[in-house]
Design a binder for this molecule. Structure first.
Ligand code: URA
Length: 227
């Protein structure tokens, strides 16, 4: 692999002018040289650059931040990452509304994200919610059975576990636009708090503060890859 590609994929691309790159301890000036990322040791200012083709990040999305990659006015989730990670093509694997909190997976692995988001895959997403009005047994039954949110067909069966009359967890296997909010509107209720706590078998790390991130563990990455 050419070292300029390596530098771009690891987020160091624009820093080459400083000529602080070394391959196996030898400073290089020509960024067209070829390296083997599995064997050669590449350093920037003496710090080893670790190479992985794909990066997987868990973020605890805070309120007021949008989960698309670019917006002129609002802060994006990408902007919450360090500068180097903003340059390696990461994007959110599924979106959360501006006022929805919690688990967001970011990756630069397009095919994997495409697979996880495919409507035929039925990947489970669990949200903690609070709603305006008390939920009756028949409301819960409706949410579980499927409700009409104005799409071609009703929502697929969901699982609801209440912790009080207007609070609980809901697990769905779809990812339609504003899905949970629309499901509650369909039963004449209104979501007042929404936080994703699980996606595709990966739980939100409760030690992650709002707005913070960490790399997925190998175990978590394997869960995503095995969907
Ligand atoms: N459902 C919603 O209504 N909003 C989200 O952000 C996620 C699921």
């Amino acid at each position: 692999m050419r070292i300029d590609k390596f530098l771009s994929e690891t987020g160091y691309a624009t820093r080459t002018e400083s000529k602080k790159i070394a391959v196996n301890g030898v400073a290089i000036k020509d960024t067209s040289v070829h390296i083997d990322p599995d064997k050669d040791i590449i350093t920037f200012c003496g710090e080893v650059i670790n190479y992985t083709q794909f990066v997987y990040i868990m973020m605890n999305k805070p309120d007021g931040v949008i989960s698309s990659t670019d917006d002129g006015n609002c802060t994006t989730v990408i902007e919450l990452l360090p500068e180097r990670l903003q340059k390696i093509g990461l994007f959110p694997c599924g979106r959360l509304d501006k006022n929805t909190l919690g688990l967001l997976i970011l990756t630069n692995n397009g095919p994997l994200a495409h697979n996880l988001l495919s409507p035929t895959k039925h990947v489970e997403k669990t949200y903690h919610f609070r709603c305006l009005n008390k939920l009756s047994d028949s409301d819960v039954e409706l949410l579980c059975k499927g409700v009409d949110i104005g799409e071609k067909s009703s929502t697929r069966p969901a699982v609801v576990n209440l912790s009080s009359e207007n609070e609980g967890d809901i697990t769905v296997v779809e990812g339609k636009y504003h899905q949970i909010k629309r499901m509650f509107e369909a039963i004449d209720n209104k979501i007042t708090y929404l936080e994703r706590i699980s996606f595709g078998g990966i739980n939100l790390d409760i030690t992650l503060e709002r707005g913070s991130w960490r790399y997925l563990t190998d175990e978590e990455t394997a869960i995503l890859e095995n969907h």
